[in-house]
Design a protein. Structure first.
Length: 249
């Protein structure tokens, strides 16, 4: 859902700390230029934000945001989309491809790495990542090979091949790989079948994230998705379901 008309938001309503900045750095010269434009009464395009029921996440328009800050203007017009922080991040990786300050090579690199290192987008093909980031397939393939093996990623490997004068993407991820059957653990004689089953609870410190949850379950769900991601939300649903089913017995 998107608002038909731009919404006039206070700058202090807009979150810029959620990893939604698509660029490597802010260009102060551009901020100064936009600040002069605003000061002279020029109307620049509205920024783009995603609203999850609790927060407005800035996805496009960081230079315009800081330009308004510079001239002590407390409001800015925004195109508001219904969505989570993650939606804002995925929108941002393709922002500025056709308008605004031209993206640097480092900006494009940051966009691609954002998706390659994401738990969900890393499962998509390199073609899909290239399309989302508005970059070449060659760049995605190059950066995918630079990521350390310890980084969990499941996208396919591609290389470009030329046939009959045309260039095609060719999947090469499985070439030369043998299909091995994973070894199944068998308990040693005399051990209980449950001897290697993990017990509930944690002996080490677990990271925590402070959340401000709306009392409306619909918006609370969006806030959790925005802050923690889809994989965490699915795991949470599973744990909650098991807990509630056990509590009802």
């Amino acid at each position: 859902m998107t608002t038909d008309e731009p919404t006039n938001l206070r700058l202090d309503q807009i979150r810029i700390d959620g990893g939604t900045q698509p660029r490597v750095a802010i260009d102060q010269a551009v901020v100064d230029e936009y600040a002069d434009d605003y000061g002279n009464g020029k109307n620049l395009p509205p920024v783009v934000v995603f609203f999850d029921g609790a927060n407005y996440w800035l996805a496009d328009g960081f230079h315009r945001y800081w330009a308004n800050r510079k001239i002590n203007c407390n409001h800015i017009f925004a195109e508001v989309h219904q969505g989570t922080r993650r939606d804002a991040i995925f929108y941002s990786v393709g922002a500025n491809a056709d308008h605004g300050l031209r993206r640097s090579n480092d900006d494009k690199r940051k966009a691609v790495l954002t998706l390659l290192q994401d738990s969900e987008w890393s499962r998509k093909t390199q073609e899909e990542i290239a399309q989302a980031c508005r970059v070449s397939l060659r760049l995605v393939n190059k950066l995918a090979q630079e990521i350390p093996p310890s980084c969990a990623r499941a996208q396919d490997d591609y290389r470009e091949v030329e046939r009959n004068g045309k260039t095609y993407p060719m999947k090469t991820g499985n070439i030369g790989r043998s299909q091995k059957t994973p070894r199944r653990f068998e308990p040693k004689p005399g051990l209980s079948p449950n001897a290697m089953t993990p017990i509930r609870g944690h002996s080490t410190h677990q990271p925590k994230t402070a959340l401000e949850l709306p009392h409306d379950p619909h918006w609370a769900c969006r806030a959790i998705l925005s802050a923690m991601g889809h994989d965490f939300a699915r795991a949470l649903v599973k744990e909650l379901t098991a807990y509630l089913e056990g509590a009802s017995e």
